[in-house]
Design a binder for this molecule. Structure first.
Ligand code: ATP
Length: 749
């Protein structure tokens, strides 16, 4: 039998097996549904818990089978994408393994019909060349030889072609996948994961990792695949909703949302840092976003104080100031009075302080206070009885003395009646005092509402109390912060400190404490934001991906990764992704031209071999709208569908959107907070971060990009968004800094 027929038969067998499984599952589900109906009908309100449990376990079973069923159904059109032939050392024969998105086992033999891409053995496919290999599974090392690696082109369940490969790089499958259109959403890439990417996905899961990757190197994609791999490998320990993905904005969350179910991680939580901090720390005041500050920085309308405040509030120095401030708050929890019930001591102040400062030192302050309250309540309960008995005994003794010791009957009567009344009064007094003793004692403890407490730090006396060296910079921070607080706002740069304060004072609710955190576009985070997140979540399991060349919040973001490794994640692995997959060689060469002018020295991104047309420059002259229209129509004819007009500022975006609308071209203007993507958008560069489009039209008509760090980075971000085409529309070529770039890397049209 020829090889193609063999593979075709294998695919037919797999499909037939899957259909049988699906049918079995479906009839199983129908049967279960019926049974559950039965159970529900027969379930009366006071029925035995056994029945109830039976119903619950049916529901669980149904849920599992529905997940399995969905997986199976989604595999129908492409059950697997690759095969390896592996000869394990101790086995007499070599085996064939077909690798797909999820595994499928033969029910009788338990042998894999399809091997999950995340399984240890599948790593052999991504990692090595043909020949001797080894892999680890469940702590054991296996050795053997890979004699074949085969990729399949399967469309709608039909085998079109297959190809044997050695290294996974530059393979046809990758080329095919890259030449496809964006469609405006991120997609899964399990069949074409490259070696350097695979290393990131499978890097030690028990350690944090920091990845510096060029624009389009797959950082976002790879970070999500790593979560999928993490959940697969650690499914016994971690649940999807314990994962937290932090994205730069809500639009971006929308952009990645479609790929999550494909990777089986749809239940991972997704948020922006701002939303997470506001929700977790219960911040009520409106937030002046980092976009607002950036817009002011881009438009040059921000005062110097604003930039200084944004920078310093993200610094390690500010974290130290917050630490000292928090320590000073802690001191206010020292108690000077003993806990008394009437004149009886229940617990002395020293013992209570020891609980707070020593035994409960691992807990947030307010949690410690609650725990102390519980201790006092229980001690009071215990001792109250003894005290009442003691008081009663004292009066009883006095009564005895009066009854048997006093001779004068009148005096005795007065004395006895006095003692009886007094005894009752005293007991009643003590009982009454016991009811409020704990509550009134606890009033000694201070209460620190988060926002107000933070605000107090910026009052001169308080600030100088924790940071005596007063400089003009810190005075600027205080001025700027007080001005915002006076108007009822906080800056997004305050959120790290607020979250930090909340962590120490109140403690993060377990539901908000993610066990694994993925930070995308991490270069835009400040040192303190990442530090505060690490403290809030109390985990080291961070996957941090970013590109310093795209750090457009450079006045407050990170300008190196070393500080994170040194101070926050000492056990982190640092990895880089150099190859870029998104765009063509021609576009990447142009964008790379800008990197030379950046103050950070970063390696140039290496585009994988995919050519396209040269980036074009269109002068902004009469009739440009018509030419843009013709350009877009041309792209549509070529089959491209997602276009973005990227500007420097929001004002410019609004303007060009109107101009084109008048001309009859509909582009949707993307505003801050916008959540829905569309095929044709106008947006400023800072909002385009992380996104990609088939074609990008860079537009500039008022404020040219200058040879400044911020402008260079924004331009770099904008130029690296397209998959296929880049057109720059402006008054002069210089407006896009093209005079800095080799002239044969673009054409004027
Ligand atoms: N191995 C791969 N196979 C196929 N496509 C890939 C591969 N790696 C990355 N891509 C594609 O390259 C594009 C860029 O990926 P992604 O957006 O994850 O990169 P990024 O590094 O986060 O980019 P940026 O920093 O510019 O936002 C996506 O379209 C992604 O599907």
């Amino acid at each position: 039998m020829n090889e193609f027929q063999y593979e075709k038969d294998r695919l037919d067998f797999t499909k037939a097996y899957m259909e049988r499984m699906i049918a079995a599952q479906e009839s199983g589900r129908a049967f279960l549904k019926e049974r559950q109906g039965d159970t529900l009908e027969n379930l009366d309100f006071q029925d035995s818990s056994l029945r109830y449990q039976e119903m619950l376990s049916h529901a669980n079973f149904m849920k599992m089978s529905s997940d399995q069923l969905d997986n199976l159904k989604s595999l129908r059109r492409k059950p697997y994408f690759a095969r390896i032939d592996f000869h394990r050392k101790e086995n007499p024969e070599k085996e064939q393994f077909y690798i797909g998105k999820v595994s499928l086992f033969d029910r009788e033999t338990q042998l894999p019909i399809i091997l999950d891409w995340r399984s240890p053995l599948a790593n052999v496919y991504y990692e090595g060349r043909l020949g001797e290999v080894s892999y680890e599974a469940l702590g054991e090392r296996y050795e053997g030889e890979v004699s074949l690696k085969r990729q399949y082109q399967i469309e709608e369940g039909e085998l079109i072609d297959y190809r044997d490969i050695d290294v996974t790089a530059n393979d046809d499958l990758l080329q095919d996948s890259l030449s496809q259109n964006a469609g405006g959403r991120l997609s899964e890439i399990v069949s074409t994961i490259q070696e350097e990417q695979n290393r990131v996905i499978r890097a030690d899961l028990r350690k944090p990792i920091i990845v510096q990757g060029a624009a389009g190197s797959g950082k976002t994609t790879i970070a999500l695949h790593r979560i999928s791999y993490f959940l697969y490998t650690m499914k016994e320990i971690f649940k999807p909703d314990e994962m937290l993905i932090l994205a730069p904005n809500r639009l971006f969350i929308q952009y990645i949302s479609e790929v999550l179910p494909e990777l089986g991680v749809q239940r991972a939580r997704q948020s922006t840092f701002q939303d997470y901090a506001v929700h977790t720390a219960g911040i009520k005041r409106p937030v002046i976003t980092q976009h607002d500050v950036l817009t002011q920085a881009v438009e040059g309308t921000i005062g110097r104080d604003g930039v200084t405040a944004a920078r310093l509030k993200g610094s390690k120095e500010f974290q130290t100031i917050m630490d000292t401030y928090i320590q000073s708050l802690k001191k206010q929890y020292t108690i000077n009075q003993d806990f008394m019930l009437s004149e009886f001591r229940i617990k002395n102040a020293r013992a209570i302080n020891r609980l707070f400062f020593e035994e409960y030192s691992y807990f947030p302050y307010e949690v410690r206070v609650k725990k102390i309250k519980a201790v006092l309540q229980s001690e009071l309960r215990r001792k109250k009885k003894q005290i009442l008995e003691k008081v009663a005994a004292k009066y009883d003794e006095a009564l005895d003395k009066a009854l048997y010791g006093m001779k004068d009957p009148d005096k005795r009567k007065i004395r006895v009646s006095y003692l009886i009344t007094r005894k009752e009064e005293r007991l009643a007094e003590i009982k009454k005092a016991a009811r409020t003793a704990v509550a009134s004692f606890m009033k000694q403890y201070p209460s620190f509402p988060i926002e107000r407490t933070y605000e107090r730090l910026f009052e001169e006396d308080v600030f100088l109390g924790v940071h005596p060296e007063d400089t003009e910079e810190w005075r600027a921070v205080r001025r700027c912060s007080r001005a915002a607080f006076a108007e009822g706002y906080v800056y997004s740069e305050d959120l790290a400190a607020l979250l930090y304060l909340y962590t120490f004072l109140k403690g993060i609710h377990p539901d908000d404490r993610a066990k694994k955190v993925v930070i995308d576009e991490a270069q835009d985070y400040s040192y303190f934001e990442i530090y505060a997140l690490r403290r809030a979540c109390q985990t080291d399991l961070f996957t941090i991906v970013g590109d310093l060349a795209q750090g457009i919040y450079q006045y407050r973001g990170l300008d190196n990764w070393e500080s994170l490794v040194e101070d926050i994640f000492p056990s982190a692995s640092y990895l880089t992704l150099q190859k870029t997959y998104r765009t063509t060689i021609e576009i990447m060469d142009l964008a790379n031209g800008l990197l030379t002018y950046l103050p950070v020295s970063l390696p140039r991104a290496e585009p994988v071999v995919r050519h396209g047309s040269l980036p074009q420059f269109l002068p902004l002259r009469n009739g440009w709208e018509e030419r843009v229209n013709a350009y877009c129509l041309g792209l549509v004819e070529e089959g491209l569908s997602s276009f973005a007009i990227i500007t420097k500022t929001m004002a410019e975006a609004e303007d060009v959107q109107k101009k084109l609308e008048v001309y009859g071209m509909a582009f949707k203007l993307l505003r801050e907070g916008e959540e829905s993507l569309s095929e044709r958008m106008v947006l400023p560069a800072y909002m385009a971060k992380g996104l990609e489009f088939d074609a990008v039209l860079l537009y500039n008509d008022r404020d040219p990009f200058k040879e400044l760090e911020l402008d260079l980075k924004m331009l770099y971000v904008a130029m690296t968004r397209p998959l296929h085409r880049l057109l720059m529309i402006g008054e002069e070529k210089e407006d896009f800094l093209l005079h800095l770039i080799q002239s044969d890397l673009f054409v004027e049209v």
